[in-house]
Design a protein around this ligand. Structure first.
Ligand SMILES: Cc1cc2nc3c(=O)[nH]c(=O)nc-3n(C[C@H](O)[C@H](O)[C@H](O)COP(=O)(O)OP(=O)(O)OC[C@H]3O[C@@H](n4cnc5c(N)ncnc54)[C@H](O)[C@@H]3O)c2cc1C
Length: 485
């Protein structure tokens, strides 16, 4: 079943408890802080029904219906190319970059399929729940997001030695399920259907069982669940001056679990620290791909904004300017190369799926995220200082002064004052605004912090090759390759 935009909007008018700026939100689909991004998500649902985009958005499923390509567990390279085409079509249609649309978070659930054997060994009660939920997202076209990060509190203390709710934990077991308490940070929770909740990166020590080692699926309108959202950008800015913040603010939530009952059929693992550690290590094996693919589109926005500005003022003929544009192109093509290589060298998994080549996608994620601040600064430099001194749209429309602005912002026959103003406003929102800074922080942390990105690179790179090469090149004995640990 493919939802329409209207059906999606109706489905999230479900009594969820949402607050923003100290105000209780009765309907996220109409509230000014959420409406723009709900409209984007609704548009993505509608794209699956329209002639021009239905093929790129959905596939013919086994039941004779159609399901979203975003939720389909990948089994072949073609599935990954289809997912890339889905992302490309969405970004071009919405005219910007939205990250948390669900396709970028569903992969964490697929990774649980690969952990089936380990999970069966620690506690076989819950593995059937994983398959059920993977299928359910496809069947019901559910917008599924991710909850890993707790407020955590003082990391030098055990959770039991401080307010125990600093990490989400079980407080009670009942016949119906488990009752959980704690909080998680979660982008898009306020307008998603459900979240996959799992432990944050934690030091389990020698403990084999812990009240904190739990994972489950939770609907976003569960009793006792409170969405406390950060202040929005969208409803605080004029769309003419902030064309990105006004449309693509993906509101983040502190999701408080105030004794929420999780039915047993929604529990994916429970109390076993071995399961928690194992799962943490493989959480992003699929979802890193759509995350990195978004950064390709960010790179295109940087290049487009910088090049239009350089062309507008005739600066693109300067060799030094071309070199800077070439540097942006290297960044962009570096991401592209990692995405293509990750598909072409994809790896089959124990769960019968096909994951992106792990070394390629994690090094690609590192390349894309760690170079982003420098690339934004380069684009900022190429756009020039007028990005932060240009008056707002209201000034350009003011009858008393508009002629002065028309005079100084008209560049040539191709570039009117209005187009130059629009381009500078766009570049400001991409590079300089509060929203731009927020997005940069999102890229830094949303798929865990850089330290975890590098750990993933270390764990998936095959160090044996360079070791064997140096062993031969330096004439070392075979024993050096046998060293353990
Ligand atoms: C805009 C935004 C959206 C987000 N959306 C989501 C979401 O949807 N779902 C979700 O679960 N989370 C989300 N997060 C949270 C994100 O996953 C966390 O911010 C991230 O995991 C880091 O955790 P922390 O903020 O507690 O930082 P900390 O754990 O306090 O880490 C801060 C820094 O301390 C250092 N550090 C910490 N631990 C170590 C270590 N073991 N070794 C070396 N250095 C270390 C690193 O420099 C690290 O960057 C989001 C964050 C942002 C900013």
């Amino acid at each position: 079943m493919l939802l329409t935009g209207a059906a999606y909007r109706e489905s999230i008018r479900d009594g969820r408890q949402v607050w923003i700026d100290g105000e209780r939100v009765r309907d996220v689909t109409t509230h000014s802080a959420f409406k723009p991004i709900v409209d984007v998500r609704a548009r993505v649902y509608d794209m699956a029904h329209e002639d021009a985009t239905r093929e790129v958005m959905a596939f013919a499923d086994e039941a004779g219906g159609r399901s979203s390509i975003a939720w389909r567990p990948p089994r072949a390279k073609a599935d990954w190319y289809a997912k890339r085409a889905w992302i490309d079509a969405v970004m071009h249609d919405i005219g910007g970059v939205a990250i948390r649309l669900g396709d970028e978070t569903i992969g964490a659930l697929w990774s649980m399929l690969d952990a089936r054997e380990v999970l069966d060994n620690v506690d076989p009660r819950f593995t059937a729940n994983i398959e059920h939920h993977v299928r359910r997202v496809v069947d019901r076209d559910l917008f599924h997001v991710s909850a890993n990060t707790d407020p955590k509190g003082d990391r030098s203390k055990r959770p039991q030695d401080q307010d125990p709710d600093m990490l989400l934990h079980v407080v009670k077991e009942t016949d119906a399920g488990i009752v959980v308490r704690g909080a998680k940070y979660e982008t898009a929770a306020a307008y998603a259907h459900q979240a996959f909740v799992k432990p944050t990166i934690a030091n389990w020590g020698d403990a084999t069982m812990s009240d904190y080692a739990l994972s489950f699926i939770c609907p976003m309108n569960a009793d006792g669940l409170k969405h406390i959202c950060r202040t929005g950008f969208a409803d605080r800015v004029n769309p003419d001056d902030y064309p990105l913040a006004s449309r693509f603010d993906e509101v983040d939530t502190l999701l408080v679990f105030d004794d929420v009952l999780i039915p047993w059929e929604d529990v994916l693992f429970y109390r076993h620290t071995r399961a928690a550690s194992f799962i943490r290590g493989m959480l992003h094996r699929y979802s890193a791909f759509p995350f990195v693919a978004r950064l390709l589109h960010v790179a295109d926005l940087l290049i487009g904004a910088a090049l239009f500005n350089a062309r507008q003022t005739g600066l693109h003929h300067q060799q030094a300017v071309r070199e800077k544009l070439a540097e942006l192109a290297c960044y962009r093509q570096g991401i592209e190369a990692h995405l293509v290589a990750a598909i072409e060298l994809a790896q089959p998994t124990d769960g019968g799926l096909l994951m992106p080549n792990q070394s390629m996608i994690y090094t690609g994620r590192m390349h894309a995220c760690s170079r982003l601040p420098a690339m934004m600064h380069l684009a900022r430099e190429l756009v020039g200082g007028q990005i932060c001194v240009t008056p707002d749209a209201a000034a350009f429309a003011d009858p008393e002064i508009k002629d002065w602005l028309a005079k100084y912002y008209t560049v040539n026959e191709a570039w009117s004052a209005e187009d130059r103003r629009k381009l500078l406003a766009f570049a400001r929102d991409l590079l300089n605004s509060g929203y731009a800074g927020h997005r940069l922080t999102f890229q830094l942390f949303a798929q865990s912090p850089p330290v975890a990105h590098l750990a993933a690179v270390y764990q998936t790179f095959d160090f044996q090759g360079p070791l064997a090469f140096v062993q031969r090149a330096a004439g070392l004995s075979d024993r050096v390759l046998e060293q353990k640990g």
